[in-house]
Design a binder for this molecule. Structure first.
Ligand code: SF4
Length: 331
């Protein structure tokens, strides 16, 4: 986050689920910042805690969830001290979220026009006509053809790519400073995915917004991110600017993710996969949480939990042996 003013700052976030068998921890001591106008990708396999981290910021965690944090601040305002009502006002205005499947957020019973204009009018004292004009303008911004007629359509009448564009329009309707996008392109085919990614970057610049982009796909990260945070088993294991991360991934888990990603012109190569599976939240391994899957694990890795350490200037890594492992894949 070099030389950028901070927008979102999370300090020591811990998230627990209450279950029949007691409290289990899904996110452990996560801290990071997003600068103004910065796009940060939060990466990891499913179940690593990336989505629940973002839902904690939005105040949208499920009922059986307990969120504890030293601080979560947006533009200097402390979100953990806000009442549910204040937080609700902030959502949709200061911060907005889009999901993988727009139909989970769009109501199939209402037209696109109704849903878009309502979002605008909740936060702005303007007439229906003004809200409709703004809705048309927003649909144009997300490059939807024939916006006037799309306003009369129901979500089910649109393709997946069009629905995601509508969701982006709704999310941007009130010029949020922070947009959280949870796997927004995963369900789309590659061409549409590329269009949506380009559109998001374009809108981010135009609206001077910051984006927290959640994904398991490193190809998407390379395409869109300024900075990358890699999560594993509820913890941050590596953090770096996108160029440094791809040039020299330091953590064995990040290296494993890279080796299992198809690279351009190398699609005929056999891809490596990371051995084993993500550990169960209720029975995390002792020591380094990655040790049962790590090809470099040693005796001390089984006993000592590595700290997330600042290394090589602006990078962070959670590994006892990162220096010896080198991590230099590209020379
Ligand atoms: Fe692998 Fe040990 Fe580093 Fe964990 S601490 S990532 S087990 S080398």
């Amino acid at each position: 986050m070099e030389n950028r003013e901070s927008l979102l700052k999370i300090e020591n976030l811990n998230v627990y689920f209450k279950t029949e068998n007691g409290r289990i921890q899904a996110v452990k001591d996560v801290s990071f910042e997003i600068g103004k106008g910065e796009l940060v990708a939060l990466v990891g396999e499913s179940g690593c805690g990336k989505s629940i981290t973002s839902l904690s910021v939005m105040g949208l965690t499920p009922k059986n969830c307990q969120v504890e944090a030293k601080s979560i601040s947006l533009g200097g305002r402390e979100l953990t001290a806000m009442k549910p009502d204040e937080l609700r006002k902030l959502r949709g205005k200061e911060m907005a979220m889009i999901f993988q499947e727009p139909l989970t957020s769009l109501n199939p019973l209402f037209t696109i026009g109704y849903q878009l204009t309502e979002t605008i009018r909740i936060h702005n004292q303007i007439s229906k006509k003004e809200a409709r004009d703004r809705a048309v303008e927003l649909l144009k911004k997300v490059e939807i053809p024939r916006p006037e007629s799309i306003l009369k359509e129901y979500p089910n009448a649109l393709s997946g790519g069009m629905r995601q564009r509508v969701m982006i329009a709704i999310a941007m309707a009130n010029n949020p400073t922070l947009l959280i996008a949870d796997e927004p392109t995963t369900a789309l085919d590659v061409t549409i995915q590329a269009q949506i990614l380009r559109l998001m970057r374009q809108l981010m610049k135009e609206y001077s917004a910051s984006i927290l982009f959640i994904t398991h796909d490193l190809g998407v990260v390379a395409e869109i991110a300024d900075r990358v945070i890699v999560m594993y088993a509820g913890q941050i294991v590596e953090q770096a600017d996108v160029f440094s991360l791809f040039h020299r991934p330091l953590h064995p888990y990040t290296q494993g993710l890279m080796n299992s990603t198809i690279k351009i012109n190398q699609s005929d190569e056999v891809l490596d996969t990371i051995n084993g599976v993500v550990p169960n939240l209720s029975s995390m391994p002792e020591g380094c949480r990655f040790h049962p899957r790590c090809p470099y694990a040693r005796e001390d890795c089984r006993k000592t939990m590595p700290e997330l350490s600042a290394v090589l200037g602006n990078r962070y890594v959670r590994c006892l042996h990162w220096e010896e492992l080198g991590g230099d894949q590209n020379g």
